[in-house]
Ligand binder design. Structure first.
Ligand code: SF4
Ligand code: SF4
Length: 82
């Protein structure tokens, strides 16, 4: 199974402004994740190259084709922590 960089608490809709998880009621960080991860709706609704953490970086899977409005299976939300 590949390592996913987007499923961290920082991209989860259960993370509150003071970094407390609403599901577990403990302080978490962007290095954590769990089986209850739910991606923030704002991230889910606009997956394309311009919202991708890999855009214009050496990690982009399709650097020759990447452009705003395009999308590939390697999309990762911005603020993702590797
Ligand atoms: S611990 Fe799980 S449910 Fe809580 S914020 Fe992180 S990924 Fe979301
Ligand atoms: S081509 Fe894929 S990896 Fe590259 S920026 Fe677009 S969505 Fe991200």
């Amino acid at each position: 199974m590949s390592i996913r960089i987007g499923n961290s608490c920082v991209n989860c809709q259960s993370l509150t402004a003071n970094e407390v998880c609403k599901v577990h009621a403990v302080k978490v960080s962007d290095n954590y994740t769990c089986d209850s991860f739910e991606m923030k709706a704002s991230l889910k609704n606009d997956p394309n190259c311009s919202s991708c953490a890999r855009f214009e970086s050496s990690n982009c899977a399709n650097p020759q084709k990447a452009a705003p409005g395009m999308l590939c299976s390697q999309w990762a939300p911005q603020n993702a922590q590797a």
